[in-house]
Structures are given as structure tokens and as C-alpha cells.
Design a protein around this ligand. Structure first.
Ligand code: UD1
Length: 423
């Protein structure tokens, strides 16, 4: 593991970004796919798997339960022929809150699992009641004791008609993972429709699962006795792609993105265009962005489940809007604690006020370099975005958060002209 809690990024702002960048594989797809590999009796091969500390943490969990994991460049191989462990210890759970996505897969494969309760995280409480209630309806017995979740399915898992009160991404993934080898049919109503759900369903289908409706609000899964491994390529990271666009836009730059899926990004591409940027998409996962002039303020943004404006791109957008011409308003509807980067943005010269779940950004002409610290992943990306446009030098700490979701962000930005280095 990279010891990055003492590392810093030094950014000399004011350089216009220009060039071509390849977008890495999606963190939020790679993690459930690695968990899904537990269900396949043999060797799964995942291509376009990003080099991120969260992916390393998922591989450590897989190794702990008996899978053999190896990485060669962006290909990760997981051999789950002989899984034996059914417990994820506290230290591994704490490394990555989203390890809760192992719950459905381990229950499906081993019929039991014990993991420490994920608890709160940088974005707020993040409850898992929807995951637990759905799995209980599928026959799981789940106890919560001494900070651990003890789950078992003594008579096996069975299908159920499940109605989610909110289209939770993690709950939809856990249900999919549990349902593919459960007895009978499972229906998920008000399912999450994110591209990462479709990627997971595509992978599971290649392994022999029977799934209809992924990407829609109702998903129907017909359980099969067992899954076989397959080879799969992780979809491109739409949030990393969006962050690079914000970085280019705030420096009045010009960018070609390759290995991206513009159709997954319409929620925020439309906003960028409304702000005055021009975007052209081509076949083969290519996109051209130009925003040579100062952008106008954004229309009011409400973060929403897919295909709405993603909560994960809200923070980099607040950074972008901090130098736009006019006032932008953001309403964060998904997580209660997703404006933690704002006080740090203010240190960089932004004029922003927050009130509960609303944030008002008054665009200023110029930001100024400062010493700031990331408190979570996307907030960290927002600080880097702002620093790229700030006059003078910025020092950004908290890189352990940024490295969870961006593959060597400083190298990517340097390759398109940024003056940024890690010390
Ligand atoms: C996933 C993404 C995260 C993204 C989020 C929303 C991964 C690894 N992470 O997180 O980057 O920001 O989707 O797009 O894919 N909730 C409950 N009870 C539950 C589950 C969720 O109340 O049992 C609430 C959460 O507290 C939150 C909202 O639902 O307020 C959304 O959560 P969810 O869609 O589950 O997000 P994650 O899967 O945790």
C-alpha cells in the first residue's frame, strides 16, 4: 500500500490544460465486479481494472477469503476455485466502506459471512438498512452484535419481490449478487439504474446468470445453481472523466478524452454545454471538449440518482463554478455530508456559502494558491481542480482519499500540461 497520508500535491496554478487523456476503468464498477468474482467457480479475468487503493483493498479481502489474486498492468485475475474464509476482519472493512458489497456475493457462495459493521464514513452515516432488509426477505438471517454483522442462509437464499424505498446503488448490487444463485425468481423494484449496475449484470450474465432489465427500474433475476468464470472489461470511469473535464474547463482548456462513454455522462455534459463549453462526441469512446473562455454560472444543480446529475461530480463542479461568471446553486440530495471541501475551497479564494444541503457559489475572477487538505475522495478532486486555476502555488494534503478513486491524478494532469507534482 502507498503511504500517502503524508504525501502532498504541489500545484502551480494558471496553466491552460490541453491534450489527450485516456480515462481509466471505473472504481465503482471494479469493486462490485471483484466481489462478483467470488461467485464464479474458477478464474475470472478483469481488464481495464484501475490501479487504485480501493481496488487493492478489495484484492486483499479476496485473498483473505482464499481467492488467488494477481495483477498485470490493468488486468486483474481472481481465482475463486477454493474460497474458504467467510469473515472479513475489521481492519480490512475499515480500509474501504464499500466492502459491504461483498455481503451478497459471500452469502451466495458460502451461505454465510461475518463482517464488521461498516459504520459511518466521510460522507455521513451511510446506513445499510436497505441491503439488510432485502437479504432478510431472501432468506438470510442477519444479526448485529459487537460491531459485527453475522449473516447466514441456513436453508439457502430464495427469490423475493423486493421494493427499494430509494434506488440505492449498493443495495441493488448486493441483491443482484445474492439473487443470481438464489432459488427462484427475484424482482427488484425501484432498482438503481447506474451504468455500474449494468456492467455488473453484464458480467454476471457472461458467468451464466439470468438477468433482465438491468439499467431499468425493475430488474428480474432467475436464479441458477452456479456461476462459471469469464473474462470482462470494466467500463470507463465516468466520474474520473467528468473530473478531467472540470480541470480542463477551469483552465479554459481543450481536451480529448479516450476510453470514455459519453452516453454515461449526459447528466453533466448538458450542464457544461449550458455553461458555454462545447463538446463533441465520436464513436469508439472518444470525446472532444473546448471551453476557451470563462464559463457562465451553471443552471441550478440537484444531485440525483442516475441518469440525473451524479453526487460524485458535485464537488469538482463546485470548484469549476467558483470561477464561472455568475452565481451557481447546488442542492445535494443524496448524501448529507458532501460539502466538506467547501471551507477548503474558500481558502483558495472561492466565494461559497452552504446552508444544510444547499450550496451557493458566487463566481470570482481569480482564485489564489493556498495550503488545503482533502477530507474525502471527490472533495479532494475539487481542491485539485481549483488549484489548477489558482494564482501561485497550492499544497494539497489528504492524498490517501484522492488515490482511492483516481489513478495517479498528478501524472494524468501533468500529461495535459498541468504543473503538479507529488512530494
Ligand atoms: C455508490 C457509489 C458512490 C456514489 C453513490 C451514489 C460505490 C462504491 N459507491 O455508493 O460513489 O456516490 O453510489 O451514486 O459504488 N442509503 C440508505 N440505506 C441503505 C443504502 C443507502 O439510507 O441501505 C442511502 C445512503 O445513506 C445515501 C443514499 O441512500 O444517502 C445513496 O446511497 P447508495 O446509492 O446506496 O450509495 P452507495 O452504494 O453507498
Amino acid at each position: 500500500m502507498i503511504l500517502n497520508d503524508r504525501q502532498k500535491l504541489i500545484v502551480n496554478g494558471g496553466r491552460r490544460l490541453e491534450g489527450e487523456l485516456r480515462v481509466h476503468g471505473a472504481k465503482n464498477s471494479a469493486l462490485p465486479l471483484l466481489s462478483a468474482a467470488v461467485l464464479a467457480h474458477g478464474e475470472t479475468v478483469l481488464h481495464n481494472c484501475p490501479m487504485l487503493t480501493d481496488v487493492d483493498a478489495a484484492c486483499r479481502i479476496l485473498s483473505h477469503i482464499g481467492c488467488k489474486c494477481r495483477r498485470s498492468a490493468d488486468t486483474v485475475t481472481v481465482d475463486a476455485a477454493n474460497v474458504f474464509g467467510s469473515e472479513i476482519p475489521d481492519n480490512l472493512m475499515r480500509e474501504m466502506r464499500s466492502s459491504i458489497v461483498f455481503l451478497g456475493a459471500m452469502l451466495g457462495r458460502m451461505g454465510r459471512c461475518k463482517l464488521s459493521f461498516p459504520g459511518g464514513c466521510e460522507l455521513g452515516a451511510r446506513p445499510i438498512d436497505l441491503h439488510i432488509s432485502a437479504l432478510r426477505q431472501m432468506g438470510a438471517e442477519i444479526g448485529e452484535q459487537h460491531g459485527f454483522l453475522e449473516c447466514s442462509a441456513p436453508r439457502g437464499l430464495h427469490g423475493a419481490k423486493l421494493v427499494l424505498s430509494f434506488p440505492s446503488v449498493g443495495a441493488t448490487e448486493n441483491i443482484l449478487l445474492a439473487a443470481v444463485t438464489a432459488k427462484g425468481e427475484t424482482e427488484i423494484h425501484n432498482a438503481a439504474r447506474e451504468p455500474e449496475i449494468v456492467d455488473l449484470a453484464d458480467f454476471l450474465t457472461k458467468c451464466g446468470a439470468r438477468i433482465k432489465g438491468a439499467g431499468e427500474s425493475v430488474i428480474i433475476i432467475d436464479g441458477v445453481p452456479r456461476l462459471e468464470p469469464c473474462e470482462h472489461s470494466v467500463i470507463p470511469d465516468r466520474i474520473a472523466a467528468g473530473t478531467y473535464l472540470c480541470a480542463a474547463a477551469i483552465t479554459h482548456g481543450e481536451l480529448i478524452l479516450t476510453n470514455c462513454r459519453p452516453e454515461h455522462m449526459t447528466g453533466f455534459l448538458q450542464v457544461l454545454e449550458a455553461m458555454g463549453a462545447r463538446i463533441y462526441t465520436y464513436g469508439g469512446g472518444k470525446m472532444y471538449f473546448t471551453g476557451k473562455k470563462r464559463l457562465s454560472a451553471s443552471p441550478t444543480i440537484r444531485t440525483m440518482p442516475y441518469p440525473g446529475f451524479p453526487t460524485d461530480i458535485q464537488a469538482p463542479f463546485t470548484a469549476l463554478c467558483s470561477t464561472a461568471n455568475g452565481t451557481s446553486v447546488f442542492v445535494e440530495t443524496i448524501f448529507e455530508n458532501r460539502f466538506r471541501h467547501i471551507p477548503e475551497l474558500v481558502r483558495l479564494g472561492a466565494s461559497v456559502k452552504t446552508e444544510g444541503r444547499v450550496c451557493v457559489v458566487e463566481g470570482v475572477r481569480q482564485l489564489s494558491g493556498a495550503k488545503v487538505c482533502a477530507a474525502e475522495l471527490r472533495g479532494g478532486a475539487a481542491l485539485v481542480t481549483a488549484a489548477l486555476a489558482a494564482e501561485g502555488t497550492s499544497e494539497i494534503g489528504g492524498l490517501q482519499f484522492i488515490d482511492r478513486g483516481y489513478e495517479s491524478l498528478e501524472n494524468a494532469l501533468r500529461s495535459i500540461g498541468a504543473d503538479v507534482r507529488r512530494i
